[in-house]
Design a protein around this ligand. Sequence first.
Ligand SMILES: Cc1cc2nc3c(=O)[nH]c(=O)nc-3n(C[C@H](O)[C@H](O)[C@H](O)COP(=O)(O)OP(=O)(O)OC[C@H]3O[C@@H](n4cnc5c(N)ncnc54)[C@H](O)[C@@H]3O)c2cc1C
Length: 238
Amino acid sequence: MQIYWTKINKIIEETPEVKTYLLDCPEDFTWEEGAHTHLALEGFNAEDKPNRSLIRHMSISTLPYENSIGITTRIREQCSEYKAILRNLEVGSELAIFKTHSNVPLKREDKNVYLLSSGVGLATFRPLVLDYFERADNVNKIHSLNIDSSKNFLFKNVFESAPDKKFTSQFVDNRKDYYEEVRNLATDKEGLFYIVGSDEFLVQNIELLREQGINLDQIMLDKHEQTLSKFLSMDAPV
Ligand SMILES: Cc1cc2nc3c(=O)[nH]c(=O)nc-3n(C[C@H](O)[C@H](O)[C@H](O)COP(=O)(O)OP(=O)(O)OC[C@H]3O[C@@H](n4cnc5c(N)ncnc54)[C@H](O)[C@@H]3O)c2cc1C
């Protein structure tokens, strides 16, 4: 396993609780849209066994052409040791990244793509949308729906409806509006539905989509094969 040590080159305050850490790109490091990585704090490998409390999975919210690895995360006042350390890091601080992989690249199958996310889950989708803007081949259109009860919606410059690009973006701040809209979107029985959020959020979205007759192979989650089948087999087949 290759561990890349890199430095923070910029910290963006996206909202009062959400920050994006832009990291220098190591020379031979690249990634696909939808990728996540393991982001580790200094000292994580100081002992024989890696210290898990200093490691988290994080999506990469940028694309390689932006020349930085973007990590977007919510840091609440009451937070884990990991987030408390991260909050105090500055430009120039070192972080390690390893085991980078995309479970949710943009599928180019001449279908409509629906990106369903909660809160900072939108970070996973930012590179998918940028990739689509660069090259729309074999994607009919993209619709993003994000729920954030804080109302501090993220990445508004990218997630702005653009009819000429066949891209629509919707933000809602409550569950009623959110699930009503998912029901609407699920009237497209051929669409591809990507979901990113907490496990509870995934379960509720999968249940609703399945009730509306969406097949399992139309649902994409940021999960490894094994966990994926556990999630997708929770309900009875239609
Ligand atoms: C594939 C994948 C991609 C992911 N991508 C991202 C991403 O891009 N961005 C992202 O932010 N996360 C992402 N995650 C989730 C991430 O790995 C963390 O699990 C998540 O950010 C929570 O971090 P945390 O455990 O440090 O807890 P925190 O966010 O700090 O806390 C979680 C909850 O526990 C409470 N809590 C925790 N510790 C304490 C304490 N000591 N005292 C009191 N309350 C406490 C907090 O109040 C909060 O409600 C991803 C996960 C996966 C699997």
